[in-house]
Design a protein. Structure first.
Length: 482
């Protein structure tokens, strides 16, 4: 897709510091995801009169780490401010944050992130980073703001440490926004600050202006894919207004991920509406050079440095190095395997093409992938020795990913005959459907749950089932029986 009209996108990313055991201003447990609503609360989380906030030192250290990794300038003094607004998810009617104005400054500012777009390097500037508290969570019974008759509030999330990362409007297309976010998330993952796979741990507000018209803000987008979708939708919407001779008005819109449209939410507040002032309960905190240096020493190797090292140490080109490194678990697997197998280019190729494709196809969480570096090394060695063909290796890959089969013994036991007769396979799938009605129900509701059914078919066929065909038949059956 090309956008001949100039598009300017700036992102505001909220990430929870999920590495912390307690909230930002009290000792209440931070891991709220498996808890009953409104059970992780103390007077500070609820902002009760007389309750005093106390800053979590580790949260500041994580913020400093992120600031360093994003090449930011760090403020010598951290001054917490109250940002006032009235919304049901805010118990105190103010959020403790920082402010870029008189009396306060963000904890970090003026940074940048390097990305590669179509082989060309590009810089996205980081305007600022704030360390702030998360508000509560609003629950819509139907899952959508548009169709729910009422909403419920869970304050367990209230007070969770949050980093607000704001970019300059340097991003020029939805795809660039995705590339930037993938890089940012990789950096955060390397730092161990946050686990963005957790529900609500990563939320994006996107500011977009088309053809230098008014800036529209899209609130609360929950995934990288949805950021790309929401921006694409919004560009088309604004373009069509402009083409009809209208003007785009400044407003805040809501991304409805179920209907995949943006809808108007409210007229945007201006900064002065928030009535910021320094929080009198929280004295300023000095961030000394020595403290920053001490934190820097503890920082792990970051993506850019690792890409550079992969190029030097393994002789990979930048593209392959980048695909590996931005998937940290894959890069770790590569380095383990590389200890026992020295055709690095071939190893990298198998990992970033066939291996990664099957992980995505099965939608498996990387932590659940059964394949170990040894599995991959064995496969490649058999291939080098001519004991299996490239085609066989390709066919074995899904079994390695999903079941961690030992290639050597598998080939010995089964010879290599694949079950790809559609009607025979369909019979097996139907059998599995009858045996596991609950798994079928699950798979209807959650596409990820399809794994279990694929696994059951594999078991029944002793791993001979053609995985792609199996997935297709399962999906067809799931739809036809609805
Ligand atoms: Mn914020």
């Amino acid at each position: 897709m090309s956008f001949e009209i100039p598009v300017k996108i700036g992102l505001e990313i909220h990430v929870q510091i999920t590495a912390l055991k307690t909230k930002l201003f009290c000792a209440t447990k931070a891991d709220y995801r498996s808890e009953e609503p409104n059970t992780l609360l103390c007077p500070t989380c609820l902002g009760l009169p007389g309750a005093l906030p106390k800053v979590n030192k580790k949260a500041i250290e994580y913020a400093i780490m992120v600031a360093k990794a994003l090449n930011c300038r760090i403020a010598p003094k951290l001054i917490f401010c109250r940002k006032h607004y009235f919304y049901p998810d805010m118990v105190k009617n103010y959020q403790i944050s920082q402010y870029d104005g008189p009396g306060s400054t963000p904890i970090a500012s003026n940074g940048f992130v390097r990305i590669i777009v179509d082989g060309k390097p590009k810089i996205v500037r980081i305007r600022r980073i704030n360390l702030e508290e998360d508000p509560g969570r609003i629950h819509y019974p139907t899952g959508s703001l548009l169709t729910s008759k009422y909403s419920l509030v869970d304050y367990n999330r209230s007070g969770i440490a949050l980093l607000e990362i704001v970019t300059e409007p340097d991003i020029e297309s939805p795809r660039e926004a995705r590339i930037f976010l993938e890089k940012l998330i990789a950096i955060l993952e390397y730092l161990g600050v946050t686990d963005t796979r957790l529900e609500g741990a990563f939320r994006v507000d996107a500011n977009i202006s088309v053809a230098d018209q008014a800036r529209v803000e899209i609130k609360n987008i929950g995934s990288i894919k949805d950021v790309e979708r929401a921006l694409t939708y919004e560009i088309l919407r604004q373009k069509s207004i402009i083409q009809k001779g209208g003007t785009v008005s400044r407003e805040t819109r809501h991304w409805d991920s179920s209907s995949k449209v943006t809808v108007p939410l409210r007229i945007k507040e201006f900064e002065e509406d928030y009535r910021y002032f320094p929080d009198p309960d929280l004295p300023p905190i000095t961030i000394s050079k020595e403290w920053i240096e001490e934190i820097e020493k503890r920082m792990p190797e970051l993506p850019d440095a690792r890409i550079e090292r992969f190029v030097k140490q393994y002789g990979l080109d930048e593209y392959r190095a980048q695909v590996l490194v931005l998937n940290k678990w894959l890069a770790d697997l590569f380095e383990e395997a590389a200890k026992e197998y020295n055709n690095y280019k071939s190893l990298a190729d198998w990992l970033i093409t066939d291996f990664l494709r099957w992980v995505k196809e099965f939608n498996v969480d990387p932590s659940r992938v059964k394949a170990t570096p040894k599995h991959i090394v064995k496969l490649l060695k058999l291939l080098d020795e001519g004991l299996i063909s490239v085609r066989m290796a390709k066919e074995l890959m899904p079994k390695i990913v999903l079941e961690g089969v030992d290639v050597e013994s598998f080939v010995k036991q089964h010879g290599f005959s694949k079950l790809s007769d559609e009607s025979e396979l369909r019979r097996v799938v139907e059998e599995v459907f009858r045996e596991y009605p609950r798994a079928v129900e699950d798979a209807r509701r959650n596409p990820k749950a399809i794994n279990f059914l694929v696994g059951a078919v594999m078991k029944k066929t002793k791993g001979r089932a053609d995985p792609q065909l199996t997935i297709r038949i399962i999906r067809e059956l799931l739809q036809s029986q609805q």
